[in-house]
Design a protein around this ligand. Structure first.
Ligand code: ADP
Ligand code: TRP
Length: 343
């Protein structure tokens, strides 16, 4: 079998890879959209892109209900495309469709000191949470401890240069870099060290209760929410606690509705914030206007995702095509890896 040159050719585009877990309902919310997806969409012309759905990773915490994972993956794929990822430019696929991720994970696992894994903050948090909930030692699996090894395999199997992720993923990226260095030291120069592209420009998107928008907090507005659901959620949203009447002054910095308005109406929000501060506008008006802004933004995405989910054969075709493209790259890397390790 011919092995492609290890070094990148000057004319080639740099490779970029990222992914999300299909946990919960799978569908993505405004935090995922603004904190991750939009950046991927922006970069897809510039890079050779691989955007996958980390279905094996979701087993690290939810191995009991595997039947929900497949449908959740389709929701995520539909959201990726509805947000603007183009399957002709970017390989969109499921992690479990490219078995090379598992082979590399096994090999990397052999050179990963357990102490490195035990120090990863996300592992410690999840372990403590499971133990707090009284789920006992048996709920903390080998797979949960090995989460960053699988993530390193996801990245290194494409010999990716850049990985756009949120700040919460920085420790996982560092582990991928350390494993690349360790592999290169042991078996010769094989992997470029993947660079984290930390996406901080949008900041943390607040949910309707003012905390970080997250599927675990029940405070998220989803891309798939219909217009009435968006209206209901915005009606329930937290505003300035001390503002009871229209004439009470608001504090837009502390109001979830005003924060979302600023994000989605960057040129027009300041007039509404000023009126809010001066007690010239009520929360009802603020909420009605935000609902309209959000629905105008989400509507084309809803239409696109509904079309995709209504046509399972088309979505299958996209995911199969994405996996084929990914497999080709992953298989080329594995040929280099097996040779480097004398298999
Ligand atoms: P959740 O908190 O809903 O479980 P994930 O942890 O699966 O979301 O996040 C997937 C991606 O979306 C990550 O890159 C993360 O940084 C980004 N993200 C999630 N929530 C937000 C938010 N509220 N604001 C900005 N980015 C977010
Ligand atoms: N751990 C990431 C998250 O929770 C998802 C993920 C898995 C990932 N493998 C990856 C992200 C590889 C980037 C690259 O958001």
């Amino acid at each position: 079998m011919s092995t492609p040159a290890v070094k990148q050719q000057a004319h080639e585009k740099k490779r970029l890879l990222s992914g999300m877990q299909p946990t919960g309902p799978g569908a993505l919310h405004l935090g995922n959209l603004e904190g991750a997806l939009r950046t991927w969409v922006r970069l897809q012309d510039e890079y050779e892109m691989y955007c996958f759905i980390a279905d094996w990773h979701s087993l690290t915490t939810r191995y009991q209900d595997t039947a929900a994972i497949g449908p959740a993956c389709r929701e995520v794929a539909a959201d990726y495309i509805a947000a603007g990822l183009d399957p002709n430019k970017c390989a969109i696929f499921l992690q479990s469709h490219v078995k090379e991720h598992a082979e590399l994970q096994l090999l990397l696992g052999m050179i990963t000191p357990v102490g490195w894994l035990e120090r990863v903050p996300t592992y410690k948090e999840k372990r403590d949470l499971l133990q707090e909930r009284g789920e006992g030692d048996e709920s903390v699996s080998y797979g949960l401890l090995g989460y960053p090894v699988l993530q390193a395999a996801d990245i290194l199997v494409y010999r990716a240069h850049s990985v756009p992720v949120g700040r919460d993923q920085a420790a996982h990226l560092e582990m991928s870099r350390e494993l690349a260095r360790r592999f290169n030291r042991l078996y010769g120069d094989t992997f470029p060290e993947p660079q984290a592209l930390i996406m901080e420009d949008t900041g943390v998107i607040p949910g309707i209760d003012g905390r970080k928008m997250s599927k675990s907090y029940g405070n998220a507005i989803y891309i798939r929410d219909d217009a009435d659901t968006v209206a209901r959620k915005v009606k329930e949203a937290f505003t300035t606690p001390s503002k009871m009447r229209k004439s009470d002054p608001g504090v837009p910095e502390k109001c979830a509705v005003c924060q979302l308005r600023k994000l989605y109406d960057p040129t027009g929000y300041s007039a509404s914030w000023e009126e809010d501060r001066q007690g010239l506008r009520g929360c009802m008006q603020n909420k009605a206007e935000l609902t309209e802004i959000l629905n105008d933004m989400l509507n084309p995405m809803r239409v696109r995702r509904a079309e995709l989910l209504a046509d399972p054969a088309e979505l299958d075709r996209i995911l199969t095509h994405g996996a084929e493209k990914a497999r080709e790259t992953a298989e080329a890397t594995m040929a280099i890896v097996r040779k480097a390790m004398h298999f």
